[in-house]
Design a protein around this ligand. Structure first.
Ligand code: SF4
Length: 495
């Protein structure tokens, strides 16, 4: 049993449960992982008919209860729909009819209570998108990007916590996943810890001075890179924690290096954080994970089933790019006819820093398309020489790209994902996932048409709107579009 030091918000999830409950929870987690990652087991699970081999396999990987103790999963429709509800509602309690049934299936009652607590915590985290008060221009820009991402990505946009920084500790990735949405090239080199550890710590200090400790901690130490590639990944994580006070998260597709993964699990368990997360690339890999690690070791470790045959659809970006238009290609009245596929796996709204190439890109999630094949827009980029000029380069990027108000001499254009449609008293803007209505008669009709032209600066737009109209109302309408994240903010030399 790994020692831990409670209590973080995450550890509160376990507060009401006894040791025996927790040992059942980790076994239940394992059974549901098999039902997700193994097609044959999923079939058997749906029918409640398991082969001797499947039963023996469950025992072998540490599941000691009888699978028939979960029979409600395949015999009872009410249980199946409640399983979804318990994950979505803050004050979930099973209806009386189900409570009666659960008396005979206490393991499933336990699973519902656990999922409900865990998902309540995750929902609360998602609702509270942190802000960056130490740097108001960046904070306002990032908030516009959060609104834009939610408009473009719909439901999925509300599942992103929008970290502000990602540091790549190498150039490229050695894994080469077939679905890589960032289409990362082969690993060329890593940031050497012996030589550049101090450089990295100074960069982290620079981020604290720019954004404050709390916001700087909202970072990843990988993006189009694989944590396992850098042999000192954990040292970098620990150093970053020393500077910012927080253990940043880890997602890895290399779960079979047991010494390495155990060191990560130990680190996050000491921090009481629900990491690392594992990308599971095949059924064979899932089986090896279950053989290597005991159920309790993976208590806080989520397995993300990424196998080719898995029903969970991959984001069609990067290496498997194919463009989807979502609602933009649907007729009025048919907008909600079908779900729009997840549009991005990106999350960072801020600065993507490659510590080897020493470049910085301003990025934010968007709907994946030919122009933005990795699911994020690149707003601007710059290079830095060393840790001493790093803060100045970031500051210059902020000054150039993050105005508090619409920049007077820049082109006033709609965001590039938006389809403009004039209506009787205004206009609609249609993103891949959402229809935004702007109504209000004369101001909006003129405003929409002029912006859709795409060749006016904000100053020229103001002039045109003031001719015969109410300049105050027109100005407010433009600001509303800008603050709501509807306007194009890509940097261009000519703007
Ligand atoms: S998905 Fe991650 S691990 Fe896989 S190739 Fe891309 S960057 Fe590497």
């Amino acid at each position: 049993m790994i020692q831990e030091k409670p209590k973080s918000a995450y550890m509160e999830v376990f507060t009401p449960f006894s040791d025996e409950d927790i040992s059942n929870i980790v076994m239940l987690k394992r059974v549901f992982e098999c039902a997700q990652g193994d097609k044959d087991f999923a079939k058997a699970f749906a029918a409640g008919k398991f082969s001797d081999e499947q039963i023996a396999r469950q025992k072998q990987i540490g599941v000691t209860f009888d699978l028939q103790e979960l029979a409600l999963c395949w015999t009872d429709d009410e249980f199946q729909s409640e399983l979804l509800l318990c994950m979505e509602n803050d004050d979930y309690s099973p209806p009386e009819t189900l409570q009666t049934k659960l008396k005979e299936y206490p393991l499933l009652g336990l699973w519902l209570r656990f999922l409900s607590r865990k998902n309540r915590l995750y929902r609360a985290t998602r609702r509270n998108i942190f802000r960056v008060p130490k740097c108001p221009p960046f904070d306002a820009w990032r908030w516009r990007r959060v609104l834009a991402a939610r408009s473009e990505l719909g439901y999925f946009g509300h599942y992103i916590d929008f970290p502000i920084l990602a540091f790549e500790l190498g150039d490229g990735c050695s894994v080469g996943c077939w679905f890589c949405a960032f289409s990362t090239q082969k690993l060329k080199t890593n940031l050497d810890y012996e030589r550049y550890g101090a450089f990295f710590r100074d960069i982290a200090e620079g981020c604290v001075s720019l954004f404050g400790k709390h916001a700087a901690a909202m970072a990843l130490l990988y993006y189009g890179t694989e944590p396992h590639d850098n042999p000192n990944y954990l040292d970098f994580i620990k150093d970053f924690k020393k500077v910012t006070g927080y253990a940043t998260c880890t997602s890895t597709a290399m779960p079979l290096d047991a010494d390495w993964l155990r060191s990560l699990i130990r680190f996050y368990r000491e921090e009481s954080q629900p990491w690392p997360r594992l990308s599971v690339l095949s059924k064979d890999m899932m089986n090896k994970i279950h053989d290597l690690y005991a159920p309790d070791e993976l208590r806080d470790v989520e397995l993300l089933m990424q196998m080719r045959e898995n029903e969970r659809r991959k984001v069609s970006g990067g290496r498997i790019l194919s463009e989807h238009q979502g609602m933009k290609e649907r007729e009025p009245g048919a907008y909600l006819d079908d779900i729009v596929p997840q549009g991005s796996i990106a999350c960072v709204s801020g600065f993507l820093i490659n510590t080897v190439r020493r470049d910085i890109q301003i990025v934010s999630p968007c709907y994946t398309c030919e122009r933005w094949p990795y699911g994020y827009r690149v707003y601007d980029k710059a290079e830095f020489k060393d840790a001493s000029d790093f803060p100045d380069v970031v500051r210059a990027l902020i000054d150039r790209n993050m105005p508090a108000h619409p920049p007077r001499d820049a082109a006033a254009r709609f965001r590039d994902d938006l389809l403009y449609k004039p209506t009787d008293d205004g206009f609609d803007l249609i993103s891949p996932n959402q229809i935004h209505h702007f109504t209000g008669g004369a101001v909006h009709t003129a405003l929409g048409n002029l912006i859709a032209q795409g060749d006016l600066t904000y100053d020229q737009l103001d002039d045109k709107l003031s001719e015969g109209g109410n300049p105050l109302l027109a100005g407010m309408a433009v600001n509303h579009l800008f603050d709501g994240g509807f306007m194009d903010e890509l940097y261009s030399e000519s703007r």
